[in-house]
Design a protein around this ligand. Sequence first.
Ligand code: NAD
Ligand code: UDP
Length: 327
Amino acid sequence: MAAKGLIMQRRRGSGLPRVLITGGAGFLGRHLCKRYLDEGWEVLCLDNFYTGSYNNIYDFQNNANFHVIRHDVIEPIDIEVELILNFACPASPIHYQCDPVKTMKTSVIGTLNLLNLAKDKKARFLQASTSEVYGDPDIHPQKESYWGNVNPIGIRSCYDEGKRAAEALCFDFVRQYQLDVKVVRIFNTYGPFMAADDGRVISNFITQALCSNNLTIYGDGMQTRSFCFASDLIDVIHKFSLFEKESVGPINIGNDTEYTMLDVANKILEKINSESKIEFKTLPTDDPKKRKPDLTLARDILDWRPKISLDEGLNYTIDYFRKCYKS
Ligand code: NAD
Ligand code: UDP
């Protein structure tokens, strides 16, 4: 069993170490549930099923170490745990902008509730933050020391500022209560188990190409993103969650190979051999023009580098969506 060290020793009684994964029925949450089950943890998957689904966690239903808790993180919860991975929050712009007040409450009140739980139970806490804390960056690539360029009142603010406030809370709990907190700033991550209607660029382009619909490029397609495949992300989250040194500050996690959205659309059209055309649509307000992580800290502190190229990751993701459409 790989789950060793302080967290194991903290477990009361003779049971397995117990992790609470909020947002566990979502895209990344699903991969986390699987990984921690595989590593011998008891997994409590907490979700309000706003963007998550039972289909994502169907495979674990007969696993005695897996439990689903239907709950909204904006309400407090009292439960025995050793580790909390806080991934509850819609991540796709169309979903987080649908009910922006709720998105802000999820990030701020939800994170506060879970930090208080970690404090009460003396649990370790890992927060899923985001590259959105850098906003539309004027420093490139983005280092953790960069404070960002975020519009505080725009349509993305409910997410960006909510996640920034959540980070502030995390480090206040470190300073005020010496809580063991880790914060990861996740850059665009994709892969199997994204919802077909998620709305983010990779799942949109793949589902559009598979259905012979036009690929919708927002703006001129010259904006950039750097895409991380899910398995790379899950490896480093797992590693960081067991890292014994407390409070090392936020760490960027992602892939540092940068692509324009036009490059991504053309790659997907070629791989699927689709007859779909490209259709240019209006660029949403405040859409960041470029984004690429500086991964020096992740390499130096966690000895981690992403392994999966965009080409390889797209092949896996396309296979996944093909199977979804066949079944
Ligand atoms: P997702 O939308 O697939 O998953 C989010 C999950 O959280 C869903 O299951 C949803 O139902 C649940 N949820 C939302 N609000 C909730 C609430 N109030 N109470 C309980 N559950 C709630 O998105 P994802 O890509 O899996 O993202 C997961 C986390 O990772 C989010 O916190 C997101 O901000 C962060 N993140 C993701 C990426 C990425 O590229 N995938 C990038 C940066 C940060
Ligand atoms: N995008 C696009 N077409 C789509 C969906 C998104 O061109 O169908 C663009 C979007 O405007 C942004 C980039 O792709 O510039 C990444 O968008 P996504 O929603 O995946 O993530 P985020 O904007 O949060 O980085």
